[in-house]
Design a protein around this ligand. Structure first.
Ligand code: SAM
Ligand code: SF4
Length: 339
């Protein structure tokens, strides 16, 4: 590929990187306490990669074996004409899957356009079905819009919509069973994510982590045993289970746990990240970044972009190290990295 000697993004621990998370903005229309500060200054727009620049990086990544792209942010649906970017990415040779993670607030208006553009997968973040708790977490209104957005996404034909819920001790315990009941009823695949030390307010502490195991216990108390299932994609961070009282294969029959704190999955991580302002990261907890924006804007060729991506992969650490004495929290928070 354009003179590059790299054909694959394999790191020194043998992990092959096939999944690129692309943040399209650091902006957001709500202010989740586990992610953003209330009072936030966003990057000037000219510092964000253009759609042309993002598509060029993704094309180079595809040449290096990246097969799946997930758009995220900040809130990706606040970036104007995001469906245009989806259309461009879907057309890139080698990209098999284009997905998007959203808070769902603008989904009612945009679901049809995203489906028409060829978006294949949709993850919607929803931590609570109670207006009061939603507002406590998001520090903003919006639950009704998210629910309307989910209904619209279903109506326009998105298959396998996933719900992501962050669980925090002292905040989420009462939300878990109602969320699961909702997901089962509506046919959504729900996944619980442990709270990670990436909140902009730096309030994270280990005791606040409501573990996947504890959440599982609450669910089993309400719905009976959860049965392990065969893993389709060994690179996926989530461990999925099936409800024993729902027919196998039925929509809403699965529930999963992403436990980066108590059950790190670094040994099977296949992800790379591109921030909205054009920095490659090899981990959510990366403390180093590789500046592809400068390359793009200073006339770097595709081989140079591929070299940079390979350098980023080569430097990947074995594990994030949360809970170990050597753990160093990254400077940037979740909304600036792209979750
Ligand atoms: N705004 C979109 C959304 O909320 O879905 C996309 C970006 S958001 C940063 C991506 C995911 O990261 C969301 O599911 C969110 O709940 C999760 N997240 C944010 N901060 C987190 C934290 N400190 N620990 C665990 N998950 C977090
Ligand atoms: Fe916005 Fe998503 Fe962060 Fe919540 S988690 S503040 S919705 S970027």
């Amino acid at each position: 590929m354009n003179g590059s000697t790299h054909t694959q993004l394999r790191d020194r621990f043998g992990r092959l990187h096939t999944d690129l998370r692309v943040s399209v903005t650091d902006r957001c229309n709500i202010r989740c306490s586990y992610c953003m500060p209330l009072d936030v200054t966003f990057k000037p727009r000219e510092e964000l990669l253009t759609f042309e620049e993002i598509a060029r990086v993704v094309a180079v990544a595809a040449g290096l074996g990246v097969r799946s792209v997930r758009l995220t942010g900040g809130e990706p649906l606040v970036r104007r004409d995001i469906d245009d970017l989806v259309r461009r990415l879907v057309a890139i040779d080698g990209i098999d899957e284009v997905a998007l993670t959203t808070n769902g607030i603008l989904l009612g208006q945009q679901a049809a356009g995203l489906a028409a553009a060829g978006l294949m997968r949709l993850n919607v973040s929803l931590d609570s079905l109670s207006e009061e708790v939603f507002q406590e977490i998001a520090r903003s209104k919006g639950l009704e819009q998210v629910l309307a957005g989910l209904a619209e996404a279903k109506r326009v034909g998105f298959a396998e919509i996933r719900l992501n819920a962050v669980s925090i001790r002292g905040l989420s315990e009462g939300e878990i069973v109602p969320l699961a009941a909702f997901a089962r009823r509506e046919g959504f695949h729900l996944r619980f994510i442990e709270f990670m030390p990436l909140d902009a307010d730096h309030r994270w502490s280990e005791p606040q982590v409501l573990s996947g195991l504890e959440v599982r216990g609450l669910l089993e108390g309400a719905f009976g045993p959860l049965l392990p299932i065969d893993v389709a994609d060994p690179g996926q961070p989530a461990v999925d289970y099936r409800y024993s009282d729902v027919a196998e294969g039925a929509a809403g029959s699965l529930v999963g746990f992403i436990d980066p704190v108590t059950q790190p999955f670094c040994d099977r991580c296949d992800r790379l990240r591109l921030t909205a302002d054009g920095q490659f990261r090899n981990c959510l907890f990366s403390i180093e970044e590789w500046d592809v924006r400068r390359l793009l804007r200073e006339g770097g060729d595709n081989a140079a972009i591929a070299e940079l991506m390979a350098a980023c992969v080569a430097a990947k650490r074995a594990a994030h190290g949360i809970g170990t004495p050597s753990f160093e929290r990254p400077q940037r928070s979740m909304y600036e990295i792209g979750g």
